[in-house]
Design a protein around this ligand. Structure first.
Ligand SMILES: [Zn+2]
Length: 267
């Protein structure tokens, strides 16, 4: 993978849809006009209980005319959403941020709070300089993780797992109430695509993952180590005490597409 920025990357997905040795990478939106503003609000009204990522999918499905070189104008909203759900989350986060850039530009005000002295301040993120990791054509993003303790799967002693980057579907089902432990297990179950060097025909059920804490952490940190797509961590120094302040980009719709500085939220 290579590091680049949104400003340099333009409308080319970080991974895209594999097509032989290359990947379909291009994507495009229709412009965001007043009729679309009403349409997006109507989506919100119809889906009050929807998760932030699923709402983002609905909005992206509305605006995308092309994605991963697929012609979205010929697809229904449901078919478009299926494309997004199955894709790597990095590609979809990138698309979402690119939609924000296209509709509202690069300046994004975020309300940050220093954990040391509690000073709150507004930080203006420049989305053009936000970094993202992009894959080379034909690059295999799977990686092997050795387990110290292993686990049993249908009588087999599993000592290594092969993991792939997380899919957007994981985020679509992520409600605010899910705890980090559950999320870690769910992410591991989705990411594991092979055991002991052999590919799995179907994902392991969460209940099959009877892992020790250190094995679960090994998988979680491998997933975190070098993630495809945008790097969502924002870092700035507190203007009052100079401490480092780290926060995730507030990517949820209300924060990301409003003109006001937004507080905490997002992934
Ligand atoms: Zn401070």
């Amino acid at each position: 993978m290579q590091k680049t920025t949104f400003g340099e990357r333009g409308d080319l997905l970080s991974f895209g849809i594999p097509a032989g040795e290359t990947h379909g990478r291009t994507f495009a939106f229709k412009p965001w006009r007043t009729a679309d503003e009403k349409a997006v609000c109507a989506i919100r009204d119809r889906n009050r209980g929807i998760t932030p990522a699923a709402f983002a999918s609905e909005a992206m499905a509305h605006f995308l005319t092309e994605w991963g070189s697929a012609d979205f104008t010929k697809l229904s909203i449901g078919e478009r959403r299926l494309y997004l759900a199955r894709a790597y989350a990095g590609d979809v986060f990138q698309t979402w941020i690119q939609l924000r850039r296209a509709a509202m530009g690069d300046d994004f005000d975020m309300q940050l709070e220093c954990r040391s002295c509690r000073t709150e301040f507004v930080y203006t993120a420049d989305l053009a300089s936000l970094e993202l990791n992009v894959a080379d054509d034909g690059e295999d993003l799977r990686q092997q993780v050795a387990l110290l303790d292993g686990f049993d799967w249908r009588g087999e002693d599993v000592r290594t797992v092969t993991i792939a980057p997380l899919r957007w579907s994981l985020y679509e089902t992520q409600t605010a109430s899910i705890n980090t432990g559950m999320l870690k297990v769910r992410a591991a179950a989705q990411a594991i695509c092979g055991i002991n060097g052999k590919p799995l025909a179907a994902p392991l059920p969460e209940s099959a993952l009877d892992l020790t804490k250190r094995d679960l952490e090994a998988i979680a940190s491998a997933l975190d180590a070098e993630t495809l797509g945008p790097q969502l961590a924002i870092e700035e120094f507190c203007p009052h005490c100079g401490s480092r302040v780290r926060q995730s980009l507030s990517w949820t719709y209300d924060a990301f597409f409003s003109g006001k500085a937004s507080g905490r939220g997002g992934a």
